[in-house]
Every structure is written in C-alpha cells, then in structure tokens.
Design a protein around this ligand. Structure first.
Ligand code: GRF
Length: 222
C-alpha cells in the first residue's frame, strides 16, 4: 500500500466542536491526506476538547486575557497560538467554531494556509446569527461556506459551499441543524482538496484546476 503524505493540521475551536469531530472522523482514515496534529481552544470548558482527547489528538487551551471588548484583537494570544502550532509542525490551520477575530499578524503568517467554515452562503450573511438573518431575508437557499481566511471577517477565497433548502415552517434552530449537517460533509471535503494541494488562489479566487465542478458543491435534495 502506498503511504499518503498527510498534511499536519491544527484546529482552533471555542466550543462544541462538531465540525472538529467531522474533521477527526475524516482524518481517522489513514488514506485521508491530512492528520490533526493539534487542537487549540481559547476556552478551557470547550466540549470540543473532549472530542480531541477521545481521538487521542493533543490539545492545548490558550486562553485570551480578559478584555472588556470581546471583539478586540489579542495579538499576544494569537502569537502564542502560532508558536504552539509551529512547535507541533502544523502546515494548515482550520477554524472550527473559533469565536474570536484573529490578529493581522496571525492571518498574515498563515495566509493561504488558514481556512474557516461559516454557516451561510458567503458573501451573504457574514458575522453572527446567520440563520435568523437568512429567515428574515426570506432566502430560499441557505448553507455554508469553507473559505481561506483574510483579515476582514468572514471574507476570503471560497473553496466550496453546500446549499440547503429553507423549508416552510423553519425556525432558526431547524434551519441551523440542516446547515450543520451540511457543514459536517463540506468541511472534510474541502480540507481534502486543500491538503492535496489542488486549490490555487488566483486574484483572490480559489481555483481547483481539473476538478469536476460538481465536486466542489454539495447541493440540496429538492
Ligand atoms: C458552526 O456553525 C460553524 O460554521 C461556525 O460555528 C459553529 C461551530 O459549531 N463557525 P461546532 O463547534 O463546530 O459544533
């Protein structure tokens, strides 16, 4: 059997970690082109840390200093994360429900090696409360996006998207659950494409030369 060169991935979380779980499950297959080398949480109580432990993946809590402005950047914190990721030999970083804005230095250091999953079809609905906002806007398709991270929140070249229908009677919880199921499919799929080195960024557009266009979309059943 040929050995696959597996990219070493760091995953940053703040909470539940269901997307982390989807990535751990994908990486549990030795043929997957990535392995999770380190999980970092900024919250000591994040349930996602138990998921890392169960998968026998090293984790670290790197807590942010208390800051009255929750949206403020914390450069020292993010430098500490870069140091830990580098020490673990990480080559690619996945944000999976990491609920803080990252410093410019962090985003620059990991440029084109840092991806995020966001629960909307970007560029629609960047930021929080995406499911409420999708319902309020009356969109008929909603979904999630995996994208390379740029300094401006929820922006950057799009690797892939998954769409789900908005159904009559949906509330934010029902719609969010449908999107989350799609997230768990989309994130490992996109990580595979990035880890295989198939994604090229040209003029801030992520291109995947030679790919069947259908393979970068996860579409809803009618
Ligand atoms: C997901 O909806 C993700 O798209 C967003 O934060 C949520 C994290 O959920 N960025 P989980 O911690 O992965 O379960």
């Amino acid at each position: 059997m040929t050995e696959v060169a597996r990219k070493r991935v760091g995953v940053l979380i703040s909470g539940r970690g269901s997307n982390l779980q989807a990535l751990l499950d994908a990486c549990a297959d030795g043929a997957f082109p990535a392995e999770i080398a380190l999980v970092i949480s900024d919250q000591a109580a994040a349930p996602g840390l138990e998921r890392a432990a169960r998968a026998r993946v090293p984790s670290q809590v790197i807590a942010r200093r208390d800051h009255p402005d929750k949206a403020a950047h914390d450069d020292a914190h993010d430098d500490a994360m870069t140091a830990a990721l580098e020490a673990a030999g990480v080559e690619l970083v996945c944000l999976a429900g990491f609920m803080r804005l990252l410093s410019e230095a962090f985003v620059d250091h990991w440029r084109d090696r840092l991806i995020n999953i966001h629960p909307s079809l970007l560029p629609l609905f960047p930021g929080l409360d995406t499911h409420h906002r999708a319902l309020a806007a009356g969109v008929k398709l909603h979904g999630c996006t995996v994208h390379f991270v740029r300094f401006e929140m929820d922006s950057g070249p799009i690797v892939g998207q998954a769409a789900v229908p908005v159904l009559p009677g949906d509330d934010a919880a029902a719609l969010g659950a449908r999107v989350l199921t799609a997230e768990h499919q989309l994130y490992p799929h996109c990580l595979r494409l990035v880890a295989e080195g198939r994604v090229e960024i040209r003029g801030e557009i992520a291109e995947i030369p030679g790919i069947d266009p259908a393979a970068r979309l996860v579409n809803p059943a009618p």
